[in-house]
Design a protein around this ligand. Structure first.
Ligand SMILES: [Fe+2]
Ligand SMILES: [Fe+2]
Length: 357
């Protein structure tokens, strides 16, 4: 904990030199081991949704969110070991969007690793994204932890190949509440790969999985959902400690299922409402999750934010700092064996969810 506080002080000191305040739409992830010489951190940026209008014009607000995150990531002290991008770099998967996003990301001082989002994928099934960023799923080891990146937003082949054009397929998957959509899944090919990848990892090694969709079932209408979640959990079950970190939901969520802790990260583009405030359809926001304050539409960066994440002995502690919103801390409670809001957002200071149905 002292390491966390020390690093956070440095970080804020460094940032304040440029009067950035304390609200950055990125995530600083720190892995703290018993042997403190092994500690390290990485930054996490997600869901930029770069959107092409015409010619050289792109949606300004989404550009600004990502540009700010990149600039602030470059100011982090201590410098993170690497940067993750959590998917949905593009809005409709086009080459201009992916190239424009890659160009903004190229200003980063550190190596970047990418996760595939559905908005990147469903135009050409990831072909151009692969040219820019590499394989759609892979793993790597870093200072004693094993990291796995999955493409969790695939779906049934029958759905993928039923459309008269790639553009229509992209639009159908991009829409919320769309009865023509299809549930996300990791799929058999990647599950087989995951099984063989995990076979090489010692059970005591901390495992961190990055996915775009939550590897759990929260709300099907918006694909806050992964169809084969239980099969993935079974593959991860033998390990002492697993953390899943996902994007896509553009809001704070956390959960504990068996040995697996789940945490979402913030978007740089826009916030989604909690599904419970929006639809009467069946949804399963984890009972553990205390919802964050709703976004104020007069602040375009509200309800985006950044997280300082401390991973001590395999457990993730999230420290969310949110634009125009109260800070949140979600830490692993060892006694209760689950992530908990350790700075509980008092009911009477919370903006109530609006009802949209
Ligand atoms: Fe997204
Ligand atoms: Fe997404």
């Amino acid at each position: 904990m002292s390491t966390l506080n020390h690093n956070r002080r440095n970080f804020i000191k460094n940032s304040s030199a440029l009067a950035l305040g304390c609200a950055l739409p990125i995530s600083l992830v720190e892995l703290a081991f018993a042997d403190s010489e092994k500690n390290f951190s990485f930054a996490y940026i997600s869901d930029a949704h770069i959107q092409h209008i015409k010619g050289t014009r792109f949606v300004r607000n989404w550009d600004k969110g990502l540009i700010r995150a990149v600039a602030e990531t470059n100011l982090l002290a201590p410098k993170p070991d690497f940067v993750m991008f959590g998917g949905d770099l593009a809005q409709l998967g086009s080459q201009p969007e992916l190239e424009h996003g890659a160009e903004i990301m190229s200003a980063l001082n550190q190596d970047v690793r990418y996760v595939m989002g559905e908005h990147d994928y469903y135009l050409d099934l990831g072909a151009y994204w692969e040219k820019l960023f590499g394989p759609q799923y892979y793993s790597f080891d870093h200072k004693g932890a094993h990291f796995i990146v999955l493409n969790s937003i695939r779906t049934y082949d029958e759905w993928t190949h039923r459309w008269p054009s790639n553009e229509q397929r992209m639009l159908e998957m991009a829409g919320l509440d769309n009865p023509n959509g299809s549930p996300f899944m990791v799929g058999e090919e990647q599950r087989k790969w995951l099984q063989s990848d995990l076979a090489k990892v010692a059970k005591r090694t901390p495992v961190v999985v990055f996915s775009h969709s939550p590897l759990q079932k929260i709300y099907k209408g918006w694909n806050f959902w992964t169809e084969d979640a239980e099969q993935i959990h079974a593959l991860l079950q033998p390990f002492d400690k697993v953390n899943v970190i996902y994007g896509h939901v553009h809001q704070i969520q956390y959960n504990q299922i068996g040995n697996i802790s789940f945490h979402s990260v913030m978007a740089t583009a826009w916030p989604w409402p909690y599904p419970s405030s929006y639809a009467q359809a069946e949804q399963y926001l984890p009972k553990l999750t205390v919802p964050m304050n709703r976004a104020d539409p007069f602040f375009e960066r509200d309800a985006t934010g950044w997280q300082l994440i401390n991973m001590a002995n395999g457990n993730v502690d999230m420290n969310f700092t949110l634009y125009n919103n109260s800070a949140r801390s979600v830490r692993f409670n060892k006694a209760n064996k689950q992530p908990e809001d350790s700075r509980y957002q008092e009911e009477n200071t919370r903006i109530p969810g609006q009802q949209h149905y």
